[in-house]
Design a binder for this molecule. Structure first.
Ligand code: AGP
Length: 520
């Protein structure tokens, strides 16, 4: 019996003890081996492979994306899913199973997605899906339009570098077909499903996500406040489960997730729905659990994001949240057509303005800052307002691929503790872009340097004041303040990438990390 299992069997010790009492021996400490032995136990008693797996599923508690085969039935594969994702590839010459679609793109682009509690029997030319009770479920396959080439590196040394460079295209693919330039409005596909009246009925927004997507969600909250005058809060999804159960009322929860499979975010989504709330999902993967369980949907069109460190997905999420804020503002009558047209024009203009971020002068500046950063053990990222989540994101990028400790902070917090850390070996990366926060950020730089700290400033190209207060200046194009996170995040992505490169890290698959955290 062969079992491939992604997830956690929570009652495996109890199962293992029973199996040992039934004469089974174990060669590993893994929960997966308990599954294999449960299947063998049933096979020995004359059950078919399908029946043996059904018996086993009834006894498992926990999460699994599982594939089971047995020597006795070599032409058959049984797959099952509970919380850990699993897709079935439907090809002309066979059926395939994987935890997500990019793994199977070289074989097929047609997929059937298993829902929680379902299992399936795969044979070379057929597949049958069953529910928990063993009833056959008819299900259409979905077509994944990612070509295998998209999921390849296209000449870049790492997926992460390729994905950073794809961001201008992500802007175009996620935004431009949705912009109603003449009306100064935005139109989402049918999966959005929120009419003007429904949008007017929303009294507050709750954003929830994990990791990089949480940073995008924090920006989404500020954009909705600025463009739609809607109050909001942003919560770490894993914390929501412990929050007091209050009235959902006229709230709309926005769950942001690239993979649509993050266990913490899905648990939070299910908790919101259990409390009677509604959920809008912002997601990059069709057929993902989030895409199927959210009441309303906005897809980002980033293409497959392979690098564990999320870059273009963050970018696509912020673009989608900017469009959502415009749609909300227009539906609620707080953003008129002229302002809507101006905001959309700002977005359309961004693609050209971003080009400077990928040109030699900008990249040379980043690489020299990375030479310096590769030698430090810890650093601080500072930003204010819309640049505060970008500071958090820059710190996350650096720590997860270079393994250098980094903390993101709202710059106003400096005097409330972190400034005690500043010395020549504890540098600061600061986001000093034009707008309401500029002067205060400039004084933050001066405070750091007055204490012997080194400064890497992300600032508008040609900003002499910032340059005079920094050891390294990473230039960004001057863009409207609401879009500034989409340009300031790019040098921080490059900074993390080139620092990790200098340190010889495994950039696309950093130690201890998974692309999709499907367990809590
Ligand atoms: C970010 O670089 C990490 N890969 C991680 O924090 C990630 O953003 C987080 O696990 C959320 O993933 P999701 O967007 O697929 O839900």
């Amino acid at each position: 019996v062969v079992v491939v299992h992604n997830g956690i069997v929570e009652n495996y010790l109890e199962l293992r003890e029973w199996l040992v009492s039934e004469g089974h021996t174990f060669s590993t400490e893994t929960d997966t081996e308990a599954i294999a032995n449960l299947v063998a136990w049933s096979l020995r008693r004359g059950r078919s492979l399908h029946e043996a797996v059904q018996d086993t599923l009834e006894r498992l508690e926990g999460s699994y994306g599982m594939v089971v085969m047995a020597a006795s039935e070599p032409h058959r594969i049984i797959v099952a899913r509970q919380d850990s994702p699993l897709v079935i590839g439907v090809g002309p010459h066979g059926r395939y199973a994987a935890s997500d679609m990019p793994a199977l793109l070289p074989l097929t682009r047609d997929f059937v997605v298993l829902e929680n509690g379902e299992h399936a029997v795969l044979e070379p030319q057929a597949h049958r899906i069953y529910d928990r009770a063993g009833r056959v479920i008819p299900r259409e396959s979905v077509r994944c339009d990612w070509t295998p080439e998209q999921a390849e590196k296209q000449g870049f040394p790492h997926f992460m570098l390729k994905e950073i460079h794809e961001q201008p295209d992500v802007l175009a693919r996620t935004a431009f077909e949705r912009c109603l330039d003449l009306e100064g409005d935005v139109s989402f596909e049918e999966g959005f499903g929120l009419s003007d009246a429904a949008l007017r009925g929303i009294g507050r927004l709750r954003f929830m996500a994990m990791g990089t997507s949480l940073h995008a969600a924090m920006i989404g909250q500020q954009l909705a406040g600025a463009l739609a005058r809607l109050p909001g809060e942003t919560l770490n999804a894993s914390e929501f489960l412990y929050s007091a159960e209050l009235e959902e009322g006229d709230a709309l929860t926005v769950v942001v997730s690239q993979s649509g499979e993050t266990a913490d975010s899905l648990r939070a989504l299910r908790e919101v729905k259990r409390r009677g709330g509604r959920v809008l999902g912002i997601c990059n993967v069709r057929g993902s659990t989030l895409a199927r369980e959210a009441d309303h949907l906005i897809f980002t069109h980033c293409g497959p994001e392979i690098g564990v460190a999320s870059t273009k997905a963050f970018f696509g999420q912020v673009v989608a949240l900017y469009l959502l804020a415009i749609r909300l503002g227009r539906a609620r009558g707080v953003l008129d057509a002229a302002e809507g047209r101006a905001r959309l024009a700002d977005l359309r203009g961004l693609r050209h303005r971003m080009e400077a971020l990928f040109e030699p002068p900008a990249l040379a500046a980043v690489r020299s800052a990375a030479e310096f950063l590769a030698g430090v053990r810890s650093c601080l990222f500072l930003g204010r307002a819309l640049q505060h989540p970008v500071a958090l994101e820059g710190a996350l990028k650096l720590k997860e691929i270079s393994y250098i400790h980094a903390e993101g902070y709202p710059a106003g917090e400096m005097k409330h503790g972190p400034i005690a850390l500043i010395d020549p070996d504890f540098p600061v990366v600061a986001l000093v872009t034009p707008g309401r926060t500029y002067e205060k950020m400039l004084s933050n730089l001066q405070e750091v340097r007055a204490r012997g700290g080194r400064v890497i400033a992300v600032a508008a190209s040609g900003d002499a004041k910032a340059a005079a207060s920094a050891d390294f200046l990473l230039p960004v194009p001057a863009v409207p303040e609401l879009l500034a996170p989409l340009v300031t995040v790019v040098p921080l992505q490059f900074l993390a990438y080139y620092t990790a490169l200098l340190l010889g890290r495994d950039i696309d698959q950093p130690r201890n990390l998974a692309k999709s955290v499907t367990v809590e």
